[in-house]
Design a protein around this ligand. Structure first.
Ligand code: FAD
Length: 390
């Protein structure tokens, strides 16, 4: 029988890994398991909130993966037995594997902000940190907000998915307010002591494009949200808003816990061998993307690069060859600051034994947004969606 590799989660990491497993290991039987019918992209979802793009623009079908000979199963994995190398899905399928790849993204810790889980269940307050129905709901809330209203976005302590994402969100909501509700305000409650990523880009945008509109408050973790009073409370104050957006703390997705892979110091993220992305807790199980423990930024671009290193290593391991001990991965991350300006950071990392992935010194970043990078940002998204889904 052909060796079977099962990939869990068809997001940036999983879809890319499945594709490259088949491309580099044409003899492999590759099964990809994902509950969602269509892929909704987190990158560019802030553009939807700002009115630059629609939900349709960030929603893509999985049909393109079929031509690679991948078996796509629409289901969720609910149990894994690493001893017998079999897993079970919510619909009761039992599937065996030689190697398993978990690329399940993050679990949002809604209980980390008191009152948030109830407010979310009632459809009053969303995180919109997984693109989909909550993105559309937050956009509708912003559209319904009167001119002169206040939008509050709270940012958890790092590490979390997409370090620059909340600050880009503040920019693009400000862009929308500037066009349509210019008397409105944005309060950014940041649990971190300072802007976590691309600080020069965002402070320049806030000062020059949206002067006086964005009130940035560092060291202000959201502790309680009250959807009746429409307040977010920190240690020092209760802040009232008209639209509340809580981005809670995060950890590796729940499926990782089925094999005891959330094994870093805080039992939050999954530690791996960086050359193969094999879990240090569960032999034969590889973990890529946001669930993995590392100081690398959690981005879609990173997840696709890790996916390729992992796919190559699995093809080697199944053929009894030693995987590349020093793989190279890259990250490029664009953030839009308006409907016509964006900036970026870009780094190349090489695995140095004993040190992890080390950034090459010539990485770059922009300090101000410009039109050329806005066009590049739009192209980046189209290219990465094509890379993972077709
Ligand atoms: P995901 O893409 O989340 O995929 C995980 C998949 O696993 C999901 O489809 C899920 O349904 C599935 N899954 C989970 N559990 C199971 C299970 N038990 N069984 C089966 N399937 C399961 N990154 C960039 O590179 N550039 C950007 O500009 C950018 N902007 C962003 C903006 C925002 C607002 C946000 C929130 C994120 C942004 N990101 C960006 C980050 C990026 O979205 C993530 O880093 C990326 O999605 C991680 O990929 P992943 O494969 O680990 O997880």
């Amino acid at each position: 029988a052909r060796p079977r590799v099962v990939v869990v989660g068809a997001g940036f990491g999983g879809a890319t890994c499945a594709k490259y497993l088949r491309r580099w290991g044409p003899a492999l039987d590759v099964t990809l398991i994902e509950p969602n019918e269509r892929f909704v992209s987190c990158p560019i979802s802030n553009w939807v909130l700002g009115g630059l793009r629609s939900m349709d623009d960030i929603t893509h079908g999985y049909g393109g993966l079929a031509r690679h000979g991948i078996t796509l199963i629409r289901d969720s994995v609910v149990a894994i037995d690493p001893d017998t190398r079999t897993l079970r899905t919510a619909q009761g399928l039992q599937i065996g594997y030689e190697r398993l790849v978990l690329a399940p993204g993050v679990e949002l810790l809604t209980d980390s902000v008191r009152g948030f889980a109830d407010a979310e269940a009632a459809g009053r307050v969303v995180h919109a940190w997984k693109a989909g129905a909550q993105t559309a709901l937050l956009r509708r809330q912003l559209e319904a907000m009167p001119d002169g209203g206040t939008f509050i976005v709270s940012i958890p302590a790092a590490p979390y998915r997409c370090p620059p994402g909340p600050y880009e969100r503040a920019c693009l909501v400000a862009h929308y307010f500037k066009q349509r509700k210019p008397r409105s305000k944005i309060i950014v409650l940041d649990a971190n002591p300072d802007i976590v990523s691309k600080k020069p880009l965002f402070t320049d945008a806030w000062n020059t494009l949206y002067p006086g509109m964005i009130d940035y408050r560092p060291n202000s973790p959201a502790l309680v949200v009250d959807a009746a009073k429409m307040t977010v409370s920190t240690d020092f104050e209760d802040v009232r808003g008209d639209v509340l957006n809580i981005v809670p703390r995060q950890r590796a997705a729940a499926v990782c816990d089925l094999v005891g892979a959330r094994n870093d110091g805080n039992k939050t993220w999954c530690t791996v061998d960086f050359a193969t992305f094999e879990s240090t807790a569960a032999p034969g199980v590889h973990i890529i993307g946001d669930s993995m423990a590392s100081p690398l930024p959690r981005s879609g671009h990173m997840a696709t690069n890790q996916a390729k290193v992992c796919a190559g290593a699995i093809v080697d391991l199944l053929a009894d060859r030693a995987p590349d001990p020093a793989p190279v991965i890259a990250n490029t991350c664009y953030s839009a600051t308006s409907d016509s300006t964006a900036g970026y950071v870009a780094h190349v990392y090489r695995l140095v034994p004993g040190k992890g992935y080390v950034a090459a010194p010539e990485g770059g970043a922009t300090t101000t947004g410009d039109a050329r990078n806005f066009r590049y940002a739009a192209s980046w998204a189209k290219n990465i969606w094509a890379e993972m889904l077709s």
